[in-house]
Design a protein around this ligand. Structure first.
Ligand SMILES: NC(=O)c1ccc[n+]([C@@H]2O[C@H](COP(=O)([O-])OP(=O)(O)OC[C@H]3O[C@@H](n4cnc5c(N)ncnc54)[C@H](O)[C@@H]3O)[C@@H](O)[C@H]2O)c1
Length: 350
């Protein structure tokens, strides 16, 4: 497979004016900004100050709208606007807008250019990087999608000012994951943090560095990119469980991943890949930032069934990315139902 060109990452204090320069060097036939209700209110006014020759498409916000039906609405609006193949879609929002907007652009008229302007901590340090695009199918996470990089990723920390604290913590989960799989020094520093918001700029830069290094090396997830799924096999199962059973109050992606990282750390410990101290350190640190997900033993069968839907599985076997010490990982670990059940019991017990 051809490796897609790596996108420009436009960051720093002048990122928005640098983006303006980037656009001035292109000759797009139209620029369309995709926003959700919140980013329309909080982030679009900032973008309107730097570009004035664009139109806007607004969708509802939230994971429950990351569906093919929303894509159809947006494709129809693009067609109504006579958008041609020389146009640019600007995805202004969190991971939902980046994943879905990228997918919409990559498939509209066989593909138009797009850029990501992430506006949540999670999308700045994770979802906008690495070219994974897609939507959920019947609640199952990211089942429909493809790999394609945006032309640019524009990082502007100023957007975080309006991000609610709960969303901020959700993004922190992916920073913890990057540290756990790739940088033990960073993990150590995280455990000593006093104020997450004050340190956001440094944490985003470090996180982006870890993720780009992995995804540039293994764009199509044939090998080491699978490490980024640490915490996500169970995390996605939790997310699906709450999306289906409590659609009006789903857990956030990072909250599900945080719980997934605790349970998957327990499996790593059982396989003697981390020691008891490390397990306790990881669990208590994560619990300092995240509340316990509300499920019980009666829900285990359903949650375990969702892990079978994970895209990394092969031959109906559940394949996990686990920790091999803090800052290191092992991929393609086949885990059975009993081991998952024990891991869920551990999570409920802490
Ligand atoms: N492609 C990838 O590699 C990758 C990696 C991790 C996660 N993801 C995906 O990312 C999604 C989660 O992303 P998310 O947590 O950013 O969720 P999100 O996009 O739903 O955004 C969270 C909420 O914050 C609001 N919001 C966004 N920016 C704001 C701002 N600046 N001020 C105020 N409100 C704002 C949104 O409207 C939304 O209500 C999931 O679908 C997950 O699967 C993708």
């Amino acid at each position: 497979m051809k490796t897609p060109q790596n996108p420009s990452i436009i960051s720093g204090l002048n990122s928005l004016s640098d983006f303006k320069v980037f656009l001035s060097k292109k000759n797009y036939s139209a620029k369309v900004v995709l926003v959700d209700k919140n980013t329309r209110k909080f982030c679009l006014p900032i973008i309107n100050e730097i570009i004035n020759d664009h139109s806007t498409i607004t969708i509802e916000s939230g994971e429950e709208n990351k569906t093919i039906n929303t894509c159809i609405e947006v494709w129809e609006q693009l067609a109504d606007k006579d958008v041609d193949r020389k146009a640019l879609l600007i995805n202004l929002g969190g991971g939902v807008i980046c994943d879905m907007g990228g997918f919409i652009a990559a498939t509209f008229k066989r593909g138009i250019d797009f850029v990501h302007i992430p506006t949540t901590l999670l999308s700045m340090c994770d979802a906008s990087i690495g070219g994974k695009l897609g939507v959920n199918l019947s609640g199952y996470k990211n089942t429909i999608g493809l790999f394609k990089n945006p032309k640019a990723i524009v990082l502007h920390n100023g957007f975080l000012k309006t991000l609610p604290d709960r969303q901020f913590s959700s993004g922190f989960a992916e920073i913890i994951k990057h540290a756990l799989i790739g940088d033990s020094r960073l993990f150590n520093e995280l455990t000593k943090l006093n104020n997450l918001r004050e340190d956001a700029e440094n944490l985003i830069a470090r996180s982006v560095k870890i993720k780009t290094k992995i995804t540039n090396f293994d764009t199509f997830e044939q090998g080491i990119r699978k490490s980024l799924n640490f915490g996500h096999t169970l995390g996605h199962a939790f997310e699906t469980f709450f999306l289906i059973n409590s659609p009006n109050n789903p857990v956030l992606h990072g909250e599900a991943v945080a719980a997934g990282m605790i349970a998957e750390s327990w499996i790593s410990y059982q396989k003697k890949m981390i020691n008891e101290n490390e397990l306790k350190q990881i669990s208590s640190f994560i619990m300092k930032y995240f509340s316990k997900l509300k499920f019980n033993q009666n829900d285990f069968a359903e949650i375990i069934a969702y892990t079978l839907k994970d895209k990394k599985n092969e031959n109906q076997q559940r394949s996990f990315a686990l920790l091999d010490g803090i800052g290191k990982f092992r991929i393609n670990e086949v885990i059975n139902e009993k081991e998952i059940e024990h891991a869920l019991n551990y999570y409920l017990s802490i």
